[in-house]
Write a protein that binds this ligand. Sequence first.
Ligand SMILES: Cc1cc2nc3c(=O)[nH]c(=O)nc-3n(C[C@H](O)[C@H](O)[C@H](O)COP(=O)(O)O)c2cc1C
Length: 386
Amino acid sequence: MLSLFLFSFLCASWHNVFAVTLDTEGLPDTGLDTSNWTAGVLPPLEDIWDLNDMQMAAKNVLSGKYYASYRTGALNEYTYQANLGIYSKVRLNGFGFRDVSNLQTSTTILGYNFSQPFFIAPAADAGHANKSAEASLASAAGKAGILYVPSISSTLSIEKIAKAGLEGQVMFHQEYIWANTSRVIDELDRIKAAGFKAIFLTVDNTGINGIRTRAMRYTASEDTGHAANFDLNSLAAFRNLTTLPIVPKGIKTWQDALTCLHLGFPAIYVSNHGGRVLDGAPTSVEVLMDIRKNAPEVFSGMEVYADGGVRRGTDALILLALGARAVGLGRPPMFANIWGEAGVSRLIELFGQEMATSMQLMGVSDVTQLNTSYVRPKCSSYAGCD
Ligand SMILES: Cc1cc2nc3c(=O)[nH]c(=O)nc-3n(C[C@H](O)[C@H](O)[C@H](O)COP(=O)(O)O)c2cc1C
């Protein structure tokens, strides 16, 4: 009897030593219970009900260094926080008296068919979360029929990621403006040869990255190798280096959006790089509203993609209603990848369910029909909104 008592006591103490209490960083409290988790051990996917849960699981299992490298924003992370918070300031209109029995979430991006209007955005170093690295992001995206756009700073090579995709799967590829032009030429050729269909050209950290204090505590920041002198002439020259369509990524002002329209780009990607470059930059909601007000012809003249802080299906619906054709997820798939392909597939499933449910509640049967009538056009609670 005594030994049974001692055994139970030891088990309870042992459990208390390892029971996990995580700082949830102000993420919405939806009742996630981590008390059964063990620090440093991958929690079961069954515990996971949304993308914020996945972030907490990644925080639990990744080293401080790797978690910080994914999670970090620049400087005070005002833009990182604004990205997460902006969606709570936009109201969604839900219309009744509509037939929503047949929901359509599929769309085209640059003319290619995808099952959902959200995609996996380029993010470096997927191998920090799982040894399958970008391969699980590619295969999960392929199985779900969504777009994946690997980063040029990936763990795996361009060719290996291409091979990890399914037969016939359409992927685009991100590229940076390296100071070393022969590197750019070589990578663009390899991207095309590997079968990627378009280039997302990141233009928001030419020359330098944001100062990411949270990550610098673990790793000194390195020279990016990006060209600091990249201007409109360089952009014109870059366009001659590949026949693939180019989409400038990291547009943060309506003026740059209009410039890209005038230059004849097929699309732009509104993004502040997840708050990792210019701290203080506006959110995509604000930039899309600026474009609507000052250069609405952008939306009819080219496709617009957007990202930043998208963690719920409703966040994506807000960006789509404001004029985005497709919406990127940056950190969430990296966190989901701690379980490899199963985690990324679960993320796509959960996020898709949230979007579909909210569409139905809004009275939208076809995602391509979202427009500004579904969001409150006027609000006074955040900068740039009128
Ligand atoms: C860990 C990490 C690495 C990233 N690497 C790249 C990159 O290599 N190229 C790029 O264009 N954007 C990169 N981004 C930015 C994402 O493409 C995307 O714009 C941003 O993460 C969206 O914000 P979210 O993380 O809140 O979804 C990275 C973001 C993160 C979090």
